[in-house]
Write a protein that binds this ligand. Structure first.
Ligand SMILES: [Zn+2]
Length: 518
């Protein structure tokens, strides 16, 4: 017996020599705390990456072409942002430093979808990207008789124009809108983005029809709900009630964009209604971001009408800022009238000073099964938007701080400082849950948000003791700290805490129809 064991041991030593092992993996992450929310794995493991995939998760240390010791760090699936308006290289690099490996433009979406993917493929992207087909673009095109650009901010040209926001669609116009949307789905759009809150006067039947189309095509919709008010009628509650009704009435999978910013002080009743709808089989999902302020164009419909400030919970003109500077009534009204596409940040909750506001935010952030999604956007210096192969982003660039800090902020406040959520659940909310929300309709997403053998090697390595957002409302262009490595499709994009500007490993995430056709 002894002799046989000795021979087997010798054979094993020959087959599994360190030299043979080293060629097996491109990158190895040894000694990290590996967390995979889907399987519940939370243990010290060693991860071998080969050819863009997770090749092995081992109980014994590994060797690779590049072997990294990540003792004391969490190794988790790369974060997936379902609400990323910054679909360009500088915004993607800033998000990568916040742990994001996939950023998707779903709430607004764009049209034409083919142009969006062609431009991204031609330029390259640091992280994975994709977009839904845009109902707003489709409606503006149909009502205003114009051709849209494949850019979210194209719609800002029309943000203050009541024609596309209020005119009801007759059968002919509705057909034109649905035709535009359907073309986007055919071209690989990840469902339908519906900026309903920007056109709150449109018909109930149109919203129903758009979701019925989604149900027929087996794609989800992503809605910025109608209305922004804690006071009835035309309240946020009514807007979410409409979503629940349409989800039940069409069978579509309907996703609620930024539950936190629309529910205002009415979140308890709204969250209870959504949970009960889910328990009754209604296919509705949610996301939220961890800030008490939003961002949009000053001409948006929610900032008009009778008593709109009171209806938003009694906000002041000075709660609006442009490039960090608070407005007064005169300046607000001037910009709204003459430059409606002007980007503003609006502070609708004050969680730092009012505990009840923190509680409203918590209910959205901690919604069971809900994703964290940034609603972040591109960066600009003055009026000039940054795009192309830009890095670093200048210190004086502006955007909402969520464009840089959403995920680091969520991990810092909720998992480390307050401890209201444990690390595995926190990781689930930024990786597995957003992947799961898309997994039925987007086959590629079944290989993301999961740290398992055979899955895509989109991986973050971060220090749970130091991970922290740095971006503030006054100085937003400050990257999150604490992410040592961010790996996208097996390529190290964030290396020892810094962006490697020589690689653009992001790939397109596309809907079923197009990926099946290609
Ligand atoms: Zn929105």
């Amino acid at each position: 017996m002894t002799g046989i064991i000795a021979k087997l041991a010798l054979a094993g030593a020959l087959v599994f020599s360190p030299a043979a092992f080293a060629q097996d993996y491109d990158i190895v992450l040894n000694n990290g705390r590996v967390i995979d929310p889907e399987t519940g794995l939370d243990a010290i493991r060693h991860v071998g990456i080969r050819g863009g995939e997770i090749a092995v998760i081992s109980e014994a240390p590994l060797e690779g072409t590049r072997t990294l010791d990540v003792t004391g760090r969490i190794v988790a699936p790369g974060f997936i942002d379902l609400h990323g308006h910054g679909q360009d290289t500088p915004a993607g690099r800033m998000q990568a430093l916040d742990g994001v490996t996939t950023t998707l433009e779903l709430e607004s979406g764009v049209l034409p979808i083919a142009d969006f993917y062609a431009t991204a493929a031609e330029e390259g992207r640091p992280i994975n990207y994709g977009a839904a087909t845009s109902w707003a673009h489709a409606r503006i095109a149909a009502v205003m008789d114009v051709d849209p650009d494949a850019d979210t901010y194209w719609f800002f040209r029309y943000i203050g124009d009541p024609r596309w926001q209020t005119e009801l669609a007759d059968d002919e116009r509705l057909s034109a809108i649905l035709r535009h949307i359907n073309t986007g789905i055919e071209e690989g759009g990840l469902g339908i983005g519906i900026l309903l809150g920007y056109a709150p006067g449109i018909g109930r039947a149109e919203y129903h029809a758009v979701n019925a189309l989604a149900a027929a095509r087996d794609v989800p919709t992503f809605t910025h709900a109608r209305f922004l008010s804690a006071i009835e009628p035309q309240s946020s509650f009514e807007g979410f009630q409409e979503m629940v009704a349409v989800a039940a009435g069409t069978g579509a999978h309907m996703h609620i964009s930024h539950l936190n910013s629309i529910s205002l002080s009415d979140i308890d009743r709204i969250a209870d209604m959504i949970t009960t709808a889910q328990n009754n089989g209604v296919n509705i999902t949610v996301e939220a971001y961890p800030y008490g302020a939003g961002a949009t164009g000053i001409g948006a419909a929610m900032f008009r009408g009778d008593n709109w400030r009171e209806r938003m919970g009694g906000i002041e003109y000075s709660d609006f800022t442009v490039q960090g500077q608070p407005l007064d009534e005169e300046r607000f009204l001037d910009l709204q009238e003459n430059a409606p596409g002007t980007g503003i940040v609006v502070h609708f909750l004050n969680p730092d000073e009012r505990p009840e506001h923190q509680a409203y935010l918590d209910r959205s952030i901690l919604f069971p099964g809900g994703a964290i999604a940034s609603d972040g956007g591109p960066w600009a210096v003055g009026d000039e938007r940054l795009s192309g192969d830009v890095w670093p982003i200048p210190d004086n660039a502006h955007s909402h701080p969520r464009s840089a800090g959403t995920f680091g902020r969520f991990l810092r406040i909720y998992a480390r400082e307050r401890g209201v959520i444990d690390w595995p659940e926190a990781i689930a909310k930024v990786s597995f849950y957003p992947a799961r929300i898309l997994s039925d309709s987007v086959p590629q997403m079944r290989r993301k948000g999961r740290l398992q053998e055979g899955m895509d090697a989109d991986i973050v390595v971060f220090d749970p003791e130091t991970v922290s957002d740095q971006a503030t409302f006054q100085q937003p262009a400050q990257a999150t700290v604490g992410f040592d490595y961010v790996i996208v499709n097996g390529t190290v994009l964030v290396d020892e805490g810094a962006i490697n500007t020589s690689v653009l490993p992001g790939r397109a995430i596309r809907g079923t129809v197009a990926s099946g056709a290609q």
